[in-house]
Design a protein around this ligand. Sequence first.
Ligand SMILES: [Zn+2]
Length: 79
Amino acid sequence: MTCPECQSDSTLTVSLGRYVFVTSTLPLLLTIILAVWISPVLLWFIPPLFATNYLIGRKRAPMVVCRNCRRTSHRVSAA
Ligand SMILES: [Zn+2]
């Protein structure tokens, strides 16, 4: 995959699974910490959290991130 901006070959493709994993890790940790501190009821927020990130990821993934110029393309264009 070549970057459409700078024609660099050093691009990184972010799949849907990876997108959901990356966007969910931090909120997931926060939710677990708050659940331990406050109430286990907060654990019920985890499934909707994943569902939300999954729905967002379905619109954005696969994403192509250029390591050279940091450009992010939301769609893989068949060049
Ligand atoms: Zn680039």
